[in-house]
Each structure stands twice: as C-alpha cells, then as structure tokens.
Design a protein around this ligand. Structure first.
Ligand code: 0L1
Ligand code: MG
Length: 262
C-alpha cells in the first residue's frame, strides 16, 4: 500500500524526532499495516531530505540484512540499504556518547570508498572493484528507533536501516592487494574477542553487496556517487554496547578501527 505524501512526511518526521529525542517509537506498520517496500523507501528518502534541509551532508550509503541468518530471521531474501550522513561519522578511536543513543549495537564491516560514480542496473563485483579507491575496516553502530529493536522489513527501511554512527579505519588499502572474500575480521569488546568472521559472510562477497546496492539504487533512479563511503554489510552479529565499553575491529591486512563509549 502506498501512502499519500503528507502521511509519508508524518512518518519521516516521527522517526527523525525519535532519533533527536532519543526515544523509542512503535513501528510504522502498527499504524500502516499495508505499508509496502517502495513506500518505505519513499519515507527513507523523505527522512534524508529533512536531514539535508537541517544541514546534514550525505557522505555515503550502507547495506543492511546482508547475512543469511539475518535475512532468515526477517523472512526476506533481499538486503536493504540506507544512507550515511556526516552526522553519523565518528573519528577513529573517538568517544561516543551513549546518552544520545537508544539501544546501541555494533557490527564489524568492510567499508569501500569509491573513486568513480557507479550506476546500475547491471553492476557487478568486478565493476565495483574497478571503481573503488580503497577499503578500510569499519564499525557500524546501529540503533533502531523502534521499541526493543523489533520491526518488520518496511518499518526498518523507513527507519534508515537503523543507521546511527560509524567509524572507519585510518589506513586505506587498495583492493588490488586483497581477497575480500577470505579477509578475516576480529571484533574485540573490552579486550576480549567477541566475534570473528570473513568477508564472504556478506552475501558471499562484500564487493557483490556493493554491486547489489548500485542495482537497487538504479531501480529507484539513483546512482552511487564518486567519493561515497559504503558500509558493505555486517560480517559479524551485532553486539550490544554501553557506557564504559571499548570496541575494536581488526581486519587482516587492512588495519584496525575502534569506538569508545561514555
Ligand atoms: O546494518 C544492518 O545490517 C542493520 C540493518 C537493520 C536491521 C537491524 O537493525 O538489525
Ligand atoms: Mg550494518
């Protein structure tokens, strides 16, 4: 079911207010049970427009629900995408204020920084690799605006796929020197290893996940601009964090990145 434009804007404003006021809200489909995926992306686009109007600069995109277990849990067979603003970016090693977050969780990811603009519909991993400037390890902090992190597919798309913060490693590595599928990643919390994984956990190949993003954008008449940061999807399960925690992600041959929580 599509919604009329004023309802789309109401939904986007409600999600924006929840993020700004750091409070949970009921999922959109409680009020609009027939909400479809295309209209959910209309709400996400509206949210993006509201943030841009408030001065946020869009710096990239993210893929979500890229692992088989998470897709099975949601009963879906396609990943989802969201946008990244400069207000989501955190410096490597910086302190993140948990008072500004509802129920934060972190994921280990590989981030791509694009040298060239990519457009679909027939993008593939080879084109992504050719258009990539470099990759770095990343931590994505997700923070659903919905009660108890409970949502369905249209609701989480509207909520910008739970995007909240991210940090990138500071040592750029060319993809020419890497096998992204076998690239191993370790996540430590407070000095203990809590998650391990390899790039292939992301839809079989993180570069393939970026290609899928480009093709999904093309279906909505959009491109992935040169200079974009792309979080390609979680390699590990999401781990809850709280004030006092330190999280570090190490990627084989690509360095480390970290976030501290106050
Ligand atoms: O980045 C992600 O994979 C998260 C997507 C949204 C689902 C969630 O909040 O767990
Ligand atoms: Mg993620």
């Amino acid at each position: 079911m599509t919604l009329d434009p004023s309802l789309i804007e109401d939904c986007a404003r409600r999600l924006l207010a929840a993020e700004q006021d750091v409070r949970e809200v009921t999922k959109i489909t409680d009020a609009h049970p027939q909400l479809d995926v295309a209209t959910a992306y209309d709400i996400q686009d509206c949210l993006r427009g509201l943030k841009q109007a408030a001065g946020v600069r869009i710096v990239g995109m993210k893929m979500g629900l890229t692992s088989k277990p998470k897709m099975q849990q949601m009963g879906v067979d396609t990943p989802i995408y969201g946008f990244l603003g400069d207000d989501n970016a955190v410096d490597d090693g910086a302190l993140v204020d948990t008072a500004r977050l509802i129920h934060p969780k972190v994921e280990a990811e590989i981030a791509f920084v694009m040298r060239e603009t990519l457009s679909g519909p027939d993008c593939d991993a080879a084109r992504v690799l050719a258009a990539t400037d470099y990759v770095v390890p990343a931590i994505e902090l997700i923070d659903s605006r919905y009660e108890n992190f409970r949502f369905d597919l249209p609701s989480v798309i509207a909520d910008n796929t739970s995007a909240a913060r991210y940090v990138l490693g500071s040592r750029p590595t060319s993809v020419d020197d890497l096998d992204l599928q076998t690239l191993g990643v370790v996540m430590e919390k407070n000095g203990q290893v809590v998650e391990v994984g390899a790039g292939a956990a992301v839809l079989g190949d993180p570069a393939g996940a970026v290609a899928m993003l480009v093709n999904m954008l093309a279906a909505r008449g959009a491109v992935l601009p040169a200079g974009s940061v792309v979080l390609s999807g979680a390699i590990t399960a999401a781990v809850a964090v709280a004030a006092g925690d330190n999280v570090l992600v190490r990627g084989d041959g690509i360095g480390t990145t970290s976030m501290r929580f106050a």
